[in-house]
Design a protein around this ligand. Structure first.
Ligand SMILES: *Cc1c(COP(=O)(O)O)cnc(C)c1O
Length: 346
């Protein structure tokens, strides 16, 4: 493959001289008097700007993710990484991106915000992507292909072979959003980052790591691509409280593992129970912590569930998802409440 990063990046970003913050300029040496950043000397530790590159957290994350700290970007949720991909690679009004459909809504929203054409290619009857169709939607101005696996809202893993084909044949950036990969048995593409100079993998603390409130997303890519993320991001994009809470979560990863096991076990309980309900026409196979179901009347069932105090996601208006609800796997009690309510729907 003919991959040249410099040709893909927006010229203004390639040439950008990034903001140099006080914490960047002073590094390494020991000091005990900090008079460089116009901080207030009182209210330790909140008075100090946090580490702009979150080095301690990246060091701790590295063994979990099998990725070097220099191949990691941390941001204010995955959403920051998604937006940065557009701002780094896509010239507004000129470039375009290609994505599967249906998929996670933020790829399109960020494209619209950045004035980038968004081309969506429908998945097949098995919710799989056809690499040939996806690649044929791309042209000379296509900078990025978005793949979500396991995919939201369909729940299933994209075929590994299909993703491989896209990765090897497309000469632009391929983003694989693995927000749900901890719930899947498929090996994450994060593990083979070094094989693909054009690959960006997204992960998040919001799902398996049970920390949506702290807003922490991750992007993994070559050191060169991560350098671009660091150049464009806000200097202190991840605050101290988030960095500290993330370290605490990593210290307690046995707990997270326990939750994961529990959720996967619950999934085995919920899927067949849903399948038996007369109002459920189809339960789509899932590799995530949610399941897409086709029901007799999504709008009415959605409203009925709300009346029972139960909120699911109505995907009826999403392309190819007519009469579909997306249901998160909860605790045993929550799941039983949902199943009970659905059983009584008239
Ligand atoms: C939930 C989700 C995310 C996580 O987004 P955050 O901004 O990190 O909370 C990313 N991608 C997909 C596909 C998701 O469903």
């Amino acid at each position: 493959m003919n991959f040249e990063l410099g040709k893909l990046v927006r010229p203004n970003i390639w040439a950008l001289e990034p903001y140099s913050c006080a914490r960047d300029e002073f590094k390494g040496m020991q000091a005990h008097v900090f008079l460089d950043a116009n901080e207030n000397p009182y209210n330790d530790p909140l008075n100090r700007y946090p580490d702009p590159l979150q080095e301690k957290l990246k060091e701790r994350l590295a063994p979990f993710k099998h990725v070097c700290p220099s191949q990691m970007f941390l941001g204010n949720g995955s959403d920051e990484a998604i937006d940065l991909v557009y701002r780094i690679f896509c010239n507004p009004g000129i470039d375009n991106v290609v994505a599967i459909a249906p998929t996670y809504g933020m790829y399109k929203v960020c494209a619209d915000i950045n004035e980038v054409e968004y081309r969506s290619v429908p998945l097949n009857d098995e919710w799989q992507l056809d690499p040939k169709t996806l690649l044929s939607a791309a042209d000379i101005n296509t900078k990025v292909i978005w793949i979500c696996s396991p995919n939201n809202p369909t729940g299933n893993d994209m075929s590994r072979e299909a993703i491989h084909e896209v990765l090897t044949k497309f000469e632009g950036i391929v983003v694989i959003d693995e927000a749900y990969s901890d719930f899947s048995t498929q090996k994450p593409f994060r593990d083979i980052l070094d094989n693909y100079p054009n690959l960006i993998v997204l992960n998040t603390f919001s799902k398996a790591w049970a920390s949506a409130a702290i807003r922490l997303g991750m992007a993994f890519a070559s050191e060169e691509i991560i350098g671009l993320f660091n150049k464009v991001k806000y200097p202190y994009n991840v605050n101290l409280l988030t960095q500290e809470k993330a370290l605490a979560v990593l210290d307690d990863f046995m707990h997270v593992e326990g939750w994961l096991t529990q959720i996967k076990r619950e999934r085995e309980h919920v899927l067949p129970a849903l399948q038996e309900l007369p109002i459920v026409l189809k339960v789509f196979p899932t590799d995530a912590n949610f399941v897409l179901v086709r029901v007799t009347d999504a709008n009415r069932i959605y409203r009925y569930l709300i009346e029972q105090g139960i909120v699911v996601r109505n995907r009826h208006r999403v392309q190819l998802c007519q009469d579909c609800l997306r249901i998160t796997i909860g605790t045993r009690q929550e799941n039983n409440e949902l199943l009970g309510a659905m059983r009584f729907f008239k």
